[in-house]
Design a protein around this ligand. Sequence first.
Ligand SMILES: Nc1ncnc2c1ncn2[C@@H]1O[C@H](COP(=O)(O)OP(=O)(O)O)[C@@H](O)[C@H]1O
Ligand SMILES: [Mg+2]
Length: 242
Amino acid sequence: MEETNIPERVPTGISGLDEMLHGGYFKGAVNVVSGGSGTGKTIFGSQFLYEGAQKGEKVMCVITSEESHSIVQEMKTSFGWDFAELEEKGIITFVDITDPALRLQKSVEIAPSELIKSFKKLVESKIEELKPDRVFIDSIEALFLAIESNYKLRTHIDDVFGVLRKQNVTSVITVGKLFGLNEMVEYGADSVVKLERVRTGNTLQRSIYVMKMRGSGTINEVRVLNISDSGMSVLAQSPYLE
Ligand SMILES: Nc1ncnc2c1ncn2[C@@H]1O[C@H](COP(=O)(O)OP(=O)(O)O)[C@@H](O)[C@H]1O
Ligand SMILES: [Mg+2]
């Protein structure tokens, strides 16, 4: 029988979630975090990078829209995570595709498929240059919104995810709830974690579950997601039970 190499696990750094994932993400996998606005996607990805940085890994954050520009400031005020300092030390690199210097921004002159092609090239060359262990893309929808056919969309998603897998980086990619785009992105991912808000009577609670993880068992329960001044963690309880 042929020997199969079981890939290493990469802990997310989100306590309680690694248990749900039976130890963490697989090294080199493309992991999607999906949820509506304000469900905690940006915090999730930032904590994933911060965990790597604390362990001496190199990490990369790809910003694709105006919405993510304040990530450094928000993580500082929310949790005291100093990404600016980590950037000075060369531990984290930010790649902002809306930076005019990269000439990658959306414009009427650039066809959507050209934008994706340039994005792929840019991310590929940055990964080759910096060799990060972890990559966080916040978020992917800006890139794919203008693609008119679902068939083309699938191909583009596969292409972008293929670039990440080929480079053997462990990545987290966020996607918002938007015109069914999230479903297409989830389809192409190696793992999907869903973030939601659940209303029980008058209380709103954050919830999290693992929708899929290729090649691994998972804990198949909806659990409470907690965000506090020390970051994000998953509690061993369901938001649906008192
Ligand atoms: N220190 C904190 N304690 C509790 N909740 C926080 C803290 N910092 C941020 N949050 C919550 O996190 C939410 C934002 O999460 P974010 O990751 O930006 O969501 P998304 O990227 O899905 O839109 C804020 O609306 C806020 O309620
Ligand atoms: Mg966000």
